[in-house]
Design a protein around this ligand. Sequence first.
Ligand code: BTN
Length: 274
Amino acid sequence: MPVEFDRQKLELALKAGRNWEKSPFSLHIFDSVTSTNQTLWNLLAQGEKPGSVVIATQQTSGRGQWGRQWISHPGGLYLSVAIALKLEASASYQLTLASAWGIADQLRSCGVDVGIKWPNDLVLNSRKLGGILTETKINNGYITQAVIGVGINWTNPVPETGINLEMWQAAYATKPISCLEILTSTVLRGIESGMECLSQEGINILLSRYLELLTNVGDKVYIDDLAGTVVGVTSQGRLRVSMETYDTTDIKTTELYIEPGTISLGYRKSSVPL
Ligand code: BTN
């Protein structure tokens, strides 16, 4: 059965509890696109403004991190938001950290126990619930436009290491998120609050909030066959790994900074009960 997205329901959810004269979001809703990120870049090139949002029921070439494909069957949430900003190009990862924190925080305030897996995964019960793909346009060393793309598993089928919200809500006999439109509005509010935190309170406060929701602190990782322990994330989005090296007289601790995409922290398989 085709999944119909209800624009009016989303508009009502976005408005709830706010005193807007005009919504900051301009919604573009499609049945099927190649990638909501790509469709939004096309709309921006035609003159659409920041605050534009593209939502699609399905994507035929959904883009994931590190050039991977994001399988996008109907039933999932696929959305992209355009953001206007001026940020040094080297700080681009802050947009992903801000979105991940904002979305996880909003879902948690609805009662969904979401955490963050470095750098950009939303996790529930140690499985992947969704991901974020930030794309930027850079002029003279500064990001001048960004598209934040978010995919979240709602009722769509997921791989062994994934989870969708319908499965989780059924297993816990709870339904904090009643429909796809409420999920969409929660995600948009999350991106908004993440960007607000970054621009008004700054990267250090944002990072401390991100770290509170990071599920990887204390994880053992192996780098060049040496064991290390995850101790945090830097403001540029690198993973901080503490390594202990021994010689005959001494134990030395050093910290390594790992670029996103160069190691994978992995997921548990579905043998783990919900
Ligand atoms: C990841 O690899 O974890 C990030 C996945 C991001 C997928 C979303 S779905 C909506 C938006 N459009 C895309 O093509 N990708 C992002």
